[in-house]
Design a protein around this ligand. Structure first.
Ligand code: AMP
Ligand code: MG
Length: 414
């Protein structure tokens, strides 16, 4: 544990140190609930899920055509088999196939046990019930074996898996109708600041609209989180302390923005120390230096900076991994790509920096990135234009056009 009081005032904590501190301090939620499969998207599995059936359930046809036994093949010349029935998807052929016979079959329909091949209908010539097969009809074709995708009893998804659309489809395919998941993480978030004005109100001089809560609302939109918007709290130590203490009673996490710095109206860190404990305060990153992390009882507290871009950086770099761990979801490594900078980027050595960038891929596949514009931590227009952070290491003293840099895409689509 890094005590804020003993944290060397000159040496700021690196992002990695902060992350390590947070992660050792957090253990995953253990309360579970049972959900119908259709409500489980994005939720975290609390138990391994095994397949109750083989998938495919039956041996079935991969093509529309004719099912037959390849023992009837004649490699020398075309041969004719008698069609004795049909196997439809959902309505299998119930007879028994004899030598010299075939059945009409459609994709997904059960292949009778006597058959081991399906000839594509495009390769067959039907004259009444006589079906002509070509000499080069290959044996053992176009059959999907029972269990070739998944065997009964096979592990499908492990505990800790955050269920994706594709997981939901997989579980539905084997008939799993309910899943045991971890309960969502309960998160309270609010803004602090006397200058904050609600949307819909006219703006007086000296005031600003409270944008952070809207950004946070978006960042917290995830089925594994249950986020409560607690509004705006004034720069008033008494009100802040009441809010912190109250919110800590019934939430796993509190996220505040603003008031975490060193100004006379920045009370967050001191109040956190009063009603709980501060693990660390101030990081060697830009933007996002003033960040207080600690606990109030069992509740984790993140006092994010007020500047809107610092909110995004600290949320993505620290709060997201913390929430993911709390939610019980497997750890994820963030995608980082190497890109060629197409413009110079200013930077002073000292802190790790997160610049707003726009990356794209050239026709020959190279990933290139340019600055999204002005980089002040209050500049929201470049945040809105950007699709990645350009991550510059602490020691970097600037980038020339043509240099390689690391980018962290916001999502995978351009
Ligand atoms: P603070 O950390 O409280 O000193 O705030 C730093 C800067 O962020 C100031 O310019 C604040 O006005 C601004 N700020 C604080 N909270 C918000 C918010 N909720 N929405 C937009 N800007 C904010
Ligand atoms: Mg403030």
């Amino acid at each position: 544990m890094i005590d804020a009081c003993s944290q060397d005032s000159k040496r700021l904590l690196t992002l990695q140190e902060a992350l390590d501190n947070i992660k050792t301090n957090i253990s995953a939620i253990t309360d579970t609930e049972i959900l119908p499969l259709q409500n489980a998207l994005g939720r975290v599995l609390a138990a391994d899920v095994y397949s109750p059936i083989n998938l495919p359930f039956d041996r079935n046809a991969a093509m529309d055509g004719y099912a037959y036994a390849s023992a009837d093949n004649n490699p020398e010349q075309a041969f004719t088999l008698t069609r004795v029935g049909t196997s439809w998807a959902g309505k299998p052929f119930t007879g028994q196939l004899q030598s010299g016979e075939c059945i009409r079959i459609f994709t997904g329909a059960v292949v009778p046990p006597e058959a081991d091949s399906v000839l594509m209908q495009e390769h067959a010539t039907a004259v009444g019930e006589n079906i002509q097969f070509p000499a080069d009809a290959k044996p053992l074709q176009n059959i999907r074996e029972a269990g070739e995708d998944i065997k009964q009893g096979e592990l499908l998804c492990k505990a800790g898996k955050k269920l994706s659309t594709f997981d939901i489809g997989l579980l539905a395919a084997v008939g799993v109708s309910e899943v045991i998941v971890l309960r969502p993480v309960n998160i309270a978030y609010f803004s602090t600041g006397d200058e904050l004005t609600a949307l819909g109100q006219p703006l007086e001089s000296g005031k600003i609209y409270d944008s952070n809560r809207y950004t946070l609302n978006g960042l917290l939109t995830d089925p594994a989180y249950r986020a409560s918007d607690l509004g705006v709290i004034a720069d008033d130590p008494q009100q802040l302390e009441t809010q912190f203490t109250q919110a800590a009673k019934n939430h796993d996490v509190i996220i505040s923005t603003g008031g975490a710095s060193v100004g006379d109206a920045d009370y967050v860190k001191d109040i956190l120390a009063r009603c709980g404990s501060v693990n660390f305060w101030k990081l060697a990153i830009k933007p996002g230096k003033p960040l207080a992390y600690g606990t109030i009882g069992n509740c984790h507290f993140f006092g994010l900076p007020g500047n809107p871009v610092a909110v995004v950086v600290t949320f993505q770099q620290l709060v997201t991994p913390a929430l993911r761990k709390l939610s019980g979801a497997d750890d994820l490594k963030k995608l980082r790509l190497q890109a060629t900078a197409t413009c110079p980027l200013k930077k002073a050595p000292g802190r790790q920096e997160f610049l707003r960038g726009i990356f794209s891929q050239t026709d020959d596949g190279e990933i290139v990135v340019t600055s999204a514009g002005r980089q002040g931590s209050h500049i929201l227009s470049s945040m809105s234009r950007s699709n990645c952070f350009i991550v510059l290491p602490a020691a970097c003293s600037g980038i020339q056009a043509g240099d390689k840099v690391v980018v962290e895409p916001f999502d995978l689509f351009l």
